[in-house]
Design a protein around this ligand. Structure first.
Ligand code: ADP
Ligand code: MG
Length: 306
């Protein structure tokens, strides 16, 4: 496999001295459907901005299909189609113009651009909007318009930054079907999102970013296995040191609270018996919902311990 995007030790310090990226290493292989997952403010858009040369990097290297973004900017850009997080087209311009003008920046002849735009608009359900001003479209259709614009020069890599913000569920589903179809035909797709469900359904590999650092990077299935542990909160009276139980992770939160991670087949009965054996009373327990935030917290804690 060849590498679509290779990022090495990428750092970004904004002009207000805020360090948004603290040494990012990432590589995305050609043909992958790659998800960059992270809470708001983690640095996702900063990475995307640097990849497409909208944001200047402080240090580090970025290569797109082997082309360095600084040494070979034109070749690098030609490989990329980008759907930014914010709508950034002229709202008074007609949809078809927006897409055809974009093709012009890449040197695509007008007649070819027109033919391609027609096909893209059909595929994306925008045909009847061709001559409508972009500002009149719904959020979901605006997003589709940006997808058409990103694809008009037939890039090898499509980057979507938070593509489902403001898109209703029906449009979201068909948008993903469309993008997945393109991926199956060989397009490398990179998306950023803070929704785990979306990333889980689409991406074959996920990296998690938090506070400017990559804290996980693995095939989706492996990451989900980590997640598919369940966390139980036990309320009781806990001693200074919780007696160890082999195979279980018991975390004392405070004198009244203990958290237990149960992997797929593990039973809470073993933990209860263990605590009872050590005369530790339990008054109550509840299931801690395994949400994305919780995973972030856990992974960040692990990253700090290492
Ligand atoms: P994400 O896309 O993951 O939500 P961003 O990359 O947009 O995160 O932002 C990462 C961090 O950098 C945030 O704390 C944000 O406030 C900060 N940031 C983004 N753009 C700028 C800027 N132009 N100047 C200063 N700080 C910025
Ligand atoms: Mg963002």
């Amino acid at each position: 496999m060849t590498t679509a995007i290779k990022i090495q030790d990428l750092r970004k310090i904004y002009s207000n001295d805020f360090e948004a990226l603290k040494g990012i290493n990432l590589s995305v292989e050609k043909g992958e459907f790659f998800g960059l997952l992270g809470p708001n403010g983690a640095g996702k858009s900063t990475i995307i901005g640097i990849i497409c040369s909208l944001v200047s990097k402080t240090s580090g290297d970025v290569k797109i299909a082997g082309y360095d973004i600084e040494k070979n900017p034109t070749e690098a850009k030609r490989k990329l189609g980008v759907v930014p997080q914010e709508f950034n087209f002229n709202i008074f311009e007609h949809c078809e113009h927006i897409v055809i003008n974009q093709a012009g920046y890449y040197g695509v002849p007008r007649a070819i651009a027109k033919a391609r735009a027609k096909i893209l608009f059909e595929e994306l359900g925008l045909t009847d909007k061709s001559h409508v001003a972009a500002g009149k479209l719904s959020g979901g259709l605006k997003r589709r318009l940006m997808i058409a614009r990103a694809l008009i020069h037939e890039p090898e890599i499509l980057i979507l930054d938070e593509p489902t913000a403001g898109v209703d569920i029906a449009l979201r589903r068909s948008m993903w079907q469309y993008i997945s179809g393109l991926n199956q035909k060989g397009l490398t797709v990179i998306l950023t999102t803070h929704y785990l469900e979306e990333a889980e359904a689409l991406c074959n590999r996920l990296a998690i970013i938090d506070q400017g650092r990559i804290i996980a990077d693995s095939p989706t299935q492996e990451l989900l296995q980590k997640l598919h542990s369940e966390t139980i909160i036990l309320y009781g009276e806990f001693p200074e040191i919780i007696p160890e139980l082999v195979g279980f992770s018991l975390r004392k939160i405070d004198d009244q609270t203990l958290e237990v991670d149960l992997l797929n087949q593990q039973s809470i009965d073993i933990v209860m018996a263990h605590l009872s054996h050590h005369n530790i009373p339990i008054h109550r327990m509840k299931n801690k919902a395994n949400r994305l935030e919780e995973m972030f917290v856990r992974l960040v804690e692990e990253a700090h311990v290492q």
